[in-house]
Each structure stands twice: as structure tokens, then as C-alpha cells.
Write a protein that binds this ligand. Structure first.
Ligand code: GSH
Length: 206
């Protein structure tokens, strides 16, 4: 059977989350580094996702999975001894809530990138940017407060919420460093600890 394919670039925090998840579970995959918004790649993107978005995980049998949460749910469900989110109970609820906070925050970082870094300057909507920056600040502050002083949310090894949190933090840091500079020391330390793991470091965008 063919190797799984992960469609999208590591600059996408969603694609990167799936990549790290696969790495931590020891699943090999081929990276298909398509930029979802590249006008020259529309025909190729259409073959993967009708809405031209990433990530898409193409399974060994050709099945195409979309949406990060749903993809990671499948990765866990199909490898129960290597789950990154507990299967049930309060620990599952809390882990999913931490993922939800990171996901909700990084959606706003991505939205700021489209608004501020991609949209022509004369079309910038400053009030909207200010709102989004406030939302990102709220999310990052909450993630920083929750971050463990040592190790990971998952204990000695990262769980799914560590993966989502680190991807969100790095996305902010790489695209708009002012969002994190001089702030969020616990979050920065968590990301640094995660970067000592090849599963994380080898996916760093750049
Ligand atoms: N809800 C989706 C969001 C994915 C997403 O927004 N991906 C971006 C790249 S970071 C994308 O495909 N952008 C192109 C577009 O939305 O047109 C998920 O969780 O997978």
C-alpha cells in the first residue's frame, strides 16, 4: 500500500499539527507541500479538497480526510495504544478544551495573517485587526496561564493539546512576532521543550 500523504505546508498550523501527531505516533507520511491559496495550484488542490483548503490527509487506501480535528480524531481512533487525547472521561474533556483554546486562538492568528500580511495595505480594516489582535492576546494569555511549569500537559511526553498549543504559539511567533515578544514565558518555555523533540523540530516552518 502507498504511504499516507499530508497535503499542505508546515507554515499552516493545522497541517503542522497533523504532521506532529503522525510523527509522535510513528506514522510515516509523504508531505505534499501545496499552498492552499496559490492561484497556480487550484487544479491540484481541487483533487484533494473541494473547498481548496489544507490539511488533507490521504490515507494509504486513497481515502481523503479533511478538517484537523476530525483527522486527529481518526489518527487516535485507529491507533488506540498511541492516542494523544485520552479516550474518555475528564482528562479527555480537559485535553479537548485545551485543544479548543489553541485552535480557536490560531484561527485568529491565521485570520490576521490574511488581513494584515496578505491583503493590500489600502484595503486594511484597522478596527478589525485590533479586534483580532485582542482575541489572539486573550487566547495566548489563557494558554500561558494554563501551561505546565515542567514537562507537558500530557506529562513526560506531549499530548494532543501540547501539539495544538505549540503550533498556535509558533504560528503567532513566526508570522507576527509582536504578538508574543516579551510575553507568555510559560508558553515560550513549553514550546522550547517541545522543540527538543525531533517529531516537533523537524516540522518547524522555514
Ligand atoms: N477548519 C480547518 C481550517 C484549515 C485552514 O484554514 N487552513 C488554511 C491554511 S492555514 C487554508 O486552507 N486556507 C485557505 C482557505 O481557507 O482558503 C481545519 O481545522 O483544518
Amino acid at each position: 500500500m502507498a504511504e499516507m500523504k499530508l497535503v499542505g505546508r508546515m507554515l499552516s498550523p493545522y497541517v503542522r499539527r497533523v504532521a506532529i501527531w503522525c510523527n509522535l505516533q510513528g506514522r510515516p507520511f509523504e508531505s505534499v507541500a501545496v499552498a492552499a491559496t496559490d492561484p497556480d495550484q487550484v487544479d491540484l488542490m481541487k483533487t484533494f479538497h473541494p473547498g481548496l483548503r489544507v490539511p488533507v490527509l490521504v490515507l494509504e487506501d486513497g481515502t481523503k480526510l479533511i478538517e484537523t480535528m476530525a483527522i486527529c480524531d481518526w489518527l487516535d481512533d485507529s491507533m488506540p495504544d498511541k492516542r494523544l487525547v485520552p479516550a474518555t472521561g475528564l482528562s479527555r474533556r480537559d485535553c479537548l478544551q485545551r485543544i479548543g483554546l489553541a485552535h480557536s486562538t490560531v484561527e485568529k492568528v491565521v485570520s490576521l495573517v490574511y488581513e494584515k500580511n496578505r491583503r493590500p495595505e489600502d484595503l486594511h480594516w484597522k478596527d478589525w485587526q485590533a479586534r483580532v489582535i485582542t482575541q489572539i492576546g486573550g487566547g495566548l494569555a489563557a494558554m500561558d496561564e494554563a501551561a505546565p511549569a515542567d514537562g507537558f500537559f500530557g506529562g513526560a511526553a506531549p499530548d494532543g493539546s501540547d501539539v495544538a498549543t505549540v503550533c498556535a504559539y509558533h504560528m503567532a511567533k513566526v508570522t507576527n512576532p509582536f504578538l508574543v515578544e516579551g510575553k507568555y514565558p510559560k508558553l515560550a518555555a513549553l514550546a522550547e521543550r517541545a522543540m527538543t523533540l525531533p517529531a516537533v523540530a523537524e516540522t518547524f516552518p522555514g
